[in-house]
Design a protein around this ligand. Structure first.
Ligand SMILES: NC(=O)c1ccc[n+]([C@@H]2O[C@H](COP(=O)([O-])OP(=O)(O)OC[C@H]3O[C@@H](n4cnc5c(N)ncnc54)[C@H](O)[C@@H]3O)[C@@H](O)[C@H]2O)c1
Length: 291
C-alpha cells in the first residue's frame, strides 16, 4: 500500500518508533495521521510537528490496554478523517526478569504488548471488512521470532503478538485485509524510561520486574549486558525503522525486518531448535562474561 492520501493511526506515537513512523507517514503524503499515546502532551507535540510540516494530524490521549480507549481512538479518527486505512498498533513496554516477575507486571505487559493488538483489530476490522480493504501493522520485535535474553515477559508477549499478526493475516487476508508485523532488534528509543512510567502509573514498583533504566537498549537482568547484546547486530535509529515500515507497507510484506540478520536467525532456529538453543546459551554466557 502506498500511504499517500491514506489515513493512518499510530499508537505509541509520542516517542521512538511510533513518533518516527507518524512523521514518515505524514511526509509520504498521508491524508491524516492520528497520533495516539498514553502520553497526551507527547502525542500533541508530534501532531504539532506534523502540522508545522504541512501535514494533517490529530493527537489522542489513550491507554491502549483499555479497550474503550482504543475504540475512542478509532471513533475520533473516523470523525476527523472519515476512515482508517492503516492502523499501526505499536505501543509496547519491556519488563526485565524471568518467571519471578510479579504477576501484576506480567498482567501489565500482557495487556499492553498483546491485548492492545486484539482491541485494535476489534476496533478497525468491521469497517475495513465492509470496505474490502485495510492494513494492520503490529509492532512486535525480533524477540517475538527468537527470544529476549534477560526478559521472559518481553519474549513471551512478543511471540504472542507475532502469533496474533499471523492469525489475522491468514484469517482476513482473503477479504482485503493486509497485515504486517514489525520485528526489529535494538533501536535507540525511550523504551526503558516509558516502560518504568507505565508500570509506576498502575502502582507496580520497578523492583517487581522493571526494565533496566537504559535509553534505547533492550534490558536483561544484567543491565551491563544490554549494550553488549545490542551491539551484536547494531542499534538502529527510529527513523531508519520508519523507512523500513514504509517500504514494507509498499511491498505489502508480512514480516518487516529492519535488521535483515533476523531472517537468518529465524531460519536457523526453525532448522535445528536444539542447535539454536545451544547457540543462544553460548551468547548469553559470552555477554555475561563481558561484564
Ligand atoms: N527500542 C527497541 O529496541 C525495540 C526493539 C524491538 C521492538 N520494539 C517495540 O517498538 C514499540 C515502540 O517502542 P519504542 O522502542 O519506540 O519505545 P518508546 O518508549 O520510545 O515509545 C513507546 C511509546 O508507547 C507509549 N505507550 C506505552 N504504554 C502505552 C499504553 N499503555 N498506552 C498508550 N501508549 C503507551 C509510550 O508513552 C511511548 O510514547 C514497542 O512495542 C517496543 O516493544 C522496540
Amino acid at each position: 500500500m502506498d500511504v499517500a492520501d491514506r489515513v493512518a493511526v499510530v499508537t505509541g506515537g509520542a516517542s521512538g518508533i511510533g513518533r518516527a513512523l507518524s512523521l514518515a507517514l505524514a511526509d509520504r503524503g498521508a491524508a491524516g495521521v492520528v497520533v495516539a499515546d498514553a502520553d497526551g502532551p507527547g502525542a500533541a507535540a508530534v501532531a504539532d510537528e506534523i502540522g508545522a510540516r504541512g501535514g494533517r494530524a490529530l493527537a489522542v490521549a489513550a491507554d491502549v490496554s483499555i479497550e474503550g480507549d482504543v475504540l475512542a481512538v478509532a471513533a475520533r479518527t473516523h470523525e476527523a478523517f472519515g476512515r482508517i486505512d492503516v492502523f499501526c498498533s505499536n505501543a509496547g513496554i519491556i519488563v526485565a526478569g524471568g518467571v519471578e516477575v510479579h504477576d501484576d507486571a506480567w498482567a501489565r505487559i500482557w495487556a499492553i504488548n498483546v491485548q492492545s493488538h486484539v482491541y485494535a483489530a476489534r476496533a478497525v476490522l468491521p469497517a475495513m471488512l465492509a470496505s474490502g480493504e485495510g492494513y494492520l501493522v503490529i509492532t512486535a520485535s525480533a524477540a517475538g521470532l527468537l527470544t529476549q535474553l534477560g526478559s521472559a515477559p518481553y519474549a513471551v508477549t512478543k511471540h504472542a503478538a507475532v502469533a496474533l499478526a499471523e492469525w489475522l493475516a491468514i484469517t482476513y487476508g482473503g477479504q482485503g485485509i493486509r497485515v504486517s508485523c514489525l520485528c526489529p532488534q535494538a533501536v535507540t528509543t525511550n523504551l526503558g524510561a516509558t516502560s518504568l512510567r507505565e508500570l509506576a502509573d498502575v502502582g507496580i514498583a520497578a523492583g517487581s520486574g522493571g526494565p533496566a533504566p537504559r535509553q534505547g537498549a533492550i534490558p536483561s537482568r544484567d543491565a551491563g549486558s544490554v549494550s553488549r547484546q545490542a551491539s551484536v547486530d547494531g542499534v538502529l535509529t527510529a527513523d531508519q525503522v520508519a523507512v523500513s515500515v514504509i517500504d514494507g507497507l509498499a511491498a505489502e510484506r508480512f514480516l518487516i525486518l529492519p535488521h535483515p540478520e533476523v531472517a537468518t536467525y529465524e531460519r536457523r532456529r526453525a532448522e535445528d531448535r536444539d542447535r539454536w538453543l545451544g547457540g543462544m546459551r553460548r551468547l548469553q554466557a559470552r555477554l555475561a562474561g563481558e561484564g
